[in-house]
Structure formats: C-alpha cells, structure tokens
Design a protein around this ligand. Sequence first.
Ligand code: BGC
Length: 390
Amino acid sequence: MNSKILSLGTLIAGMAFLGACNNSANKTTSNTKMKDSITYGTLPPDSAFEKTIDGKQVHLYTLKNKNGAIMTMTNFGGRVVNLLVPDSAGKMIDVSVGLGSVDAYIKSTERYYGATIGRYGNRIAKGHFTLEGKQYTLATNNAPNTLHGGKKGYQDVVWDAKKLNDQTLELTYLSKDMEEGFPGNLHIKVTYTLTDDNAMKVDYEATTDKTTVVNLTNHAYFNLNGEGSGTILNHLVQFKASSYTPVDSTLIPTGKIEPVKGTPFDFTTPTTIGARINDDNIQLKNGKGYDHNFVLDKHDLSIPIAIVKGDKTGIVMEIYTEEPGLQFYSGNFMQSRNEMKYGEKDDYRNAFAMETQHYPDSPNQPQFPSTVLKPGQTYKTTSIYKFKTK
Ligand code: BGC
C-alpha cells in the first residue's frame, strides 16, 4: 500500500469518528432563518427561470439519477442551482449554495454563483498578456486585474442547452474572436452529468481558430451541511497537494511554487477549514483567508485530489480532476448582500468553492503549465465532484 492510499485511509477513519460525534445534527436549527414559504429542498419553479436575455431563452433544467439525487442548472451562465444528495441518514441535502430565480442571479452582487467560468478562470495580472508577440488587453474587472474572463464572462451569457437524457445537460457557446479581448472564435461544449454514483461530472471541450488562452472551470459554491446551515469553517478538508502558489496582495501568484509543509496551507492530512484560517500568516492576509491555487500531486482522475466532509451531515465530497490546480476559496468576500434560494443571506464564509483549473495568471507566468490553445488542437478536460456518506 503506498503512502497516498494510507493517508486516504487515515482520512476515512477520521471522518468516521467525526460522523459518530455528529449524529445529533439536523437541519431544524440551521433552517430557522429560512423563509417560511420555502420548504428546504424544494426546487424553484421552472417559471422563475423563464426569461429572454440577449435574444436567447433561459430555462431551468432538472437532472435526476437512479438514487433520487437531483441537480438543477440554468443556461444563464451555465450555473448549478440545486444539488440534492443524501446525507448519512438518507435525507436529501442541497449542497449547492445558489439563488432562486434568474432575476436574482442577474441582480446578485456576487456574479459567479454556480457558474461555468471562462474564457479564463481566476486572475490575469493587470489585464494584459502577450501571445505570439502580440499584446492583448482585457477589462480589469477586479482592479487591478482581470477576474474570471472579464466584465461579461461566461457566467453572464446564455448558453445553448440540450438535455441529452435525464442525467445529462450539454451546454454550448461560441465565444467570438476578441470577445472580452481574447483572440479567436472559441467553440465551447461543457457537458454536465449527474451520474448514478451521485457525482456531478463536468466534461469541457473547446476549439479555436486563432491561438488563444483557455482556462474553464465551474464555480459551484458548496456547503456540505446544506445551503443555509451556517459556517463552513468546521468542514474537514484533505488535499493531494504538497505545494501551492503564493500570491501578492492583489491575489496574483508571485510565480513561486512553495511547499505547504509547516504552513496553514498544509491540507495533506484532514484538517478543518477554520483550524488555521486566522493564523498570523501573510498569505492568509493576502487572500483574506484561503483564496489560493493548490498544485495537485496527481491529476488524472485516478484518485480524489480533494476530500471534504460536512461536519453536520456526514456528506463527503471527493473531487477528481485532470486539471493541475485547485483554487480553494473560503467565501472570504461573502457579505450578506444577497438573498439565497431558501431566503437566507450569503453570510461570510457560509460556502466555499473548489475550482479545478490551471493556475491563475498562467498567460504571464511561463513556468506554469500552459493555457495556450492553438487552431487544430482540442481543449479537453474532465472534473468530477462525487458525493458520499462514509
Ligand atoms: C476567486 C475569489 C473571488 C471568487 C468570486 C474565486 O475564484 O479566487 O477571489 O472572490 O472567485 O466568487
């Protein structure tokens, strides 16, 4: 047995212990802030998502698997809205923190809830990069940098959607040459599947007619205790990442790849999100918490590179990916400014995101794995978020 398998075994044993300590947890207390009119777990009505935007029809799509897990998505931004999976008692828990209508998504001060992100996930320093000798300029929508593709990233466009079967939604989008300043007509297909082993599988594909940069991801906000259940700080996390990319105060990687050992970024053994988040550490200060790219030891779908457990429900999320990085964002910018699906506010650190992707600012950091896509090549990558209770 190798050390990777051993450490996963340790995690599972630790989690079993944690589960035993939390059997009494239930949703009653945590849901008290929620609107009386909405029962927890109720899906929003389809009508709340019917709207024409930019001449295209928006809908809510519902996917179901054999076990009764349910995922809803809207083609406005390619967003995951609900994701209902069973907890250790068999109760369905909505682990996706999202909004209840297309209008709520349009109005939200946080633009990325559940969305499919592109053309470039995370930041590009000062909105510039050079490709084949030519400089490109992007909107600096997260001053002084570009975040998640610019002013109108893929979270705000209407994707063409096709339900392939009860469990699969195919989203396509043509991101035109120079849209948001990126070169090349990019034909994108992102296929979301709710598999029978309770996983959200995301298959990304793209081709271009000019050399460009591409870094697609999904920005689901999770709370494995259920949306509206409060802080995520007691979730237990383990990453297969022995290094990470430190950032400057504007969240741009410094260019170094540093070992996590001996730092609050060491999640190689199961640790709660909150255990060290307030440590006196310059990187935690720069990120206002965790908002960093973890450099994955392996990225070939053979092992989970992240294992997260909700302390109240016992729900475990395993992430598998072909991407070299994982952006872990601990909800540091959540400010109770939006009303979520069950009526509660998006309070500080009540959700987290784990975005599988290439490293931030790769177009300006030649030592990082390349995000360049050329005509004739196909960008193809898969990430899986699997939900279990053990
Ligand atoms: C970024 C955060 C940002 C968040 C927006 C994350 O990917 O790293 O800095 O606030 O997305 O939701």
